[in-house]
Design a protein around this ligand. Structure first.
Ligand SMILES: NC(=O)c1ccc[n+]([C@@H]2O[C@H](COP(=O)([O-])OP(=O)(O)OC[C@H]3O[C@@H](n4cnc5c(N)ncnc54)[C@H](OP(=O)(O)O)[C@@H]3O)[C@@H](O)[C@H]2O)c1
Length: 349
């Protein structure tokens, strides 16, 4: 990796190897208009992470919850912009721990600004979640924690903005949660006819870039929603983008499995279902997002850009036996969970 170019503005992104982090890094790397181009630093547990190296992102080893770790990252990156991404489900595991992770990073950003009086303090962009509000029910902890992080940031008196992304289109192809995009089948947590607000993470990144360039956006919260789509409509988009007639949609894992082993996500699905019940739901938020990102990707464009199934077979080519088998895997796995639960209840009675 060549050394960072000091003539460019510097961006530090935490949790850079995740779906959101990579989208944000790519958006800053895509800005290439001479003087305003960015050098992008991304944190990971693995300083050799291939997702960072292959994109030209400067890797910085980092541990959530460590003050020394974030201070070191700030000193290496010397950033003009810090994009703060934290995570409850994958990392912190509790509301208080995620808020503590965010607090340590945000305090360090403030101190970094105070300790470098000759330069403008870094602009902090906190990545929250669309549905994280004061009224979010406690039974959806990974939304509630983001609201508390937002409140902490607002009380710090540092230049900042807050992005509130809806459900990522990238969730439709995420092998890390056993949901690869398999032949002819689309899966997500929601029931097939629930309208779900969606956004591609590259567009969230474009919103971050636009916010940095419009300093009057200091203190603003911007919802990030490109489109609203039900599972049925999303499967139709996949059919059209992939040239595969009759693509189907599955709620995965099924609701009863979510209830048993993913209770936070089960309640999130119910909460978003209630939110999206109104007729013109999300229209104002989509309009606000388009002020920053005038032409966000549609879901069909997102599938077209992907261009292939998760096993690498390009859309339009004959599917491999593995891809066909993988597309049935959720049904098989859920049936196994159902049988196991039924067996355990039967044994108890
Ligand atoms: N998914 C959505 O639809 C959605 C929508 C709105 C907001 N959000 C929020 O956006 C944030 C980022 O989500 P994401 O989906 O981009 O994340 P993600 O893709 O699940 O992030 C994966 C990264 O988390 C790190 N990681 C995984 N397990 C870890 C562990 N035990 N300890 C430390 N690091 C670990 C890994 O980074 P390294 O291996 O490089 O360390 C990995 O690359 C979350 O707060 C989420 O709530 C998500």
């Amino acid at each position: 990796m060549p050394p960072a170019d000091n003539s460019k503005s510097s961006v530090l992104v935490t949790l850079a190897t995740g779906k959101l982090g990579l989208g944000i890094c790519e958006a800053f790397l895509g800005v290439n208009d001479g003087d305003n181009a960015y050098v992008v630093h991304g944190t990971s547990r693995n300083p050799q992470h291939p997702a960072l190296l292959s994109r030209g992102i400067q890797p910085i080893e980092f541990q959530f919850g460590s003050k020394e770790s974030i201070e070191r990252a700030l000193n290496i990156a010397n950033p003009d912009v810090v994009v703060v991404i934290t995570a409850l489900i994958q990392i912190a595991k509790s509301v208080s721990a995620e808020v503590e992770h965010a607090r340590i990073i945000l305090d360090a950003c403030k101190d970094f600004g105070s300790n470098h009086p000759g330069r403008a303090p870094p602009h902090v962009i906190f990545c929250s979640s669309h549905s994280a509000t004061k009224d979010t029910p406690d039974r959806v902890p990974h939304f509630k924690s983001k609201y508390f992080c937002e409140e902490y940031l607002r009380g710090l008196d540092i230049p900042h903005s807050i992005l509130k992304p809806a459900s990522f289109m990238e969730n439709f192809d995420d092998p890390t949660v056993y949901n690869p995009l398999t032949y002819g089948t689309l899966r997500d947590l929601y029931p097939i006819d629930t309208p779900v607000p969606l956004v591609g993470t590259l567009d969230v990144g474009k919103a971050a870039v636009a916010m940095v360039r419009q300093s009057m956006r200091h203190g603003e919260k911007v919802p990030c929603i490109s489109i609203v789509s039900t599972g049925r409509q999303s499967a139709e988009c996949l059919s059209q983008a992939s040239g595969t007639p009759g693509c189907s949609y599955q709620t995965a894992p099924p609701r009863f499995v979510q209830y048993i082993i993913l209770r936070d996500l089960y309640h999130m699905v119910s909460h978003v279902g209630q939110e999206s019940a109104g007729d013109d739901c999300y229209q104002d938020e989509m309009k606000a997002f388009r002020e920053l990102v005038p032409k966000p990707m549609s879901l069909q464009e997102w599938f077209q850009k992907k261009g292939k199934w998760a096993d690498g077979t390009p859309f339009g080519e004959k599917p491999t036996a593995k891809s066909m088998w993988d597309s049935k895997l959720v049904l098989v796995a859920s049936s196994a969970v159902l049988v196991a639960v039924a067996w355990s209840w039967r044994s108890r009675s």
